[in-house]
Each structure stands twice: as C-alpha cells, then as structure tokens.
Design a binder for this molecule. Structure first.
Ligand code: SF4
Ligand code: SF4
Length: 79
C-alpha cells in the first residue's frame, strides 16, 4: 500500500513519519521554518535539525501547502 500523500512519480524519497499523520523528508528540507511559523497550533519544532511533531496536529495541511520544498506531507483528515 502507498504511504499517505505518496506522489508516485520520481525516486522513492526517504521521508520519515514524525507523527501518525505527518511525514518529513530531511533531504528536501532547507530548514526555512516556514512550516513552523505557519502552523496555527504550534505543532512543529526543530530538535537538533530534526523536525518533530508535538502531537497537536489538526491536519489543517497548511504546513504542507506552504513548504517551498515539499519536505513535509500531512495526511488529509478522514471524513
Ligand atoms: S497540518 Fe496544520 S496543524 Fe498539522 S502540523 Fe501542519 S500546519 Fe500544523
Ligand atoms: S517549510 Fe519545508 S523546507 Fe521549510 S522548514 Fe518546513 S519542512 Fe523544511
């Protein structure tokens, strides 16, 4: 089964789950902190250069939409 948000075009990328609904790709991330700033519930944080989720994600998808490098993917909320 494909992981959530899988785009399925290029090489498999080493994204890793940082939460039940969030995957982050270190290789794509340029540490601009846009996602951290945009998150309305302050769920994202860097810990030693690693993106971490504080378990407060509401799956609003803003971080994914605003990340300039497609480094963070959030699974859409199920109805
Ligand atoms: S999906 Fe929304 S709530 Fe979840 S980490 Fe991203 S910006 Fe924050
Ligand atoms: S917005 Fe994207 S590139 Fe910027 S810190 Fe967040 S995950 Fe990394």
């Amino acid at each position: 089964m494909d992981p959530p948000g899988h785009r399925g075009t290029e090489m498999p990328k080493p994204s890793k789950p940082i939460d039940a609904h969030i995957a982050w790709t270190a290789d794509y991330c340029k540490h601009c902190s846009t996602c951290i700033t945009i998150c309305p519930v302050k769920n994202l944080e860097f810990k030693d250069d690693e993106m971490t989720s504080l378990g407060k994600c509401t799956q609003c998808l803003l971080c994914m939409k605003y990340c300039p490098d497609f480094a963070i993917e959030v699974e859409a909320k199920k109805k």
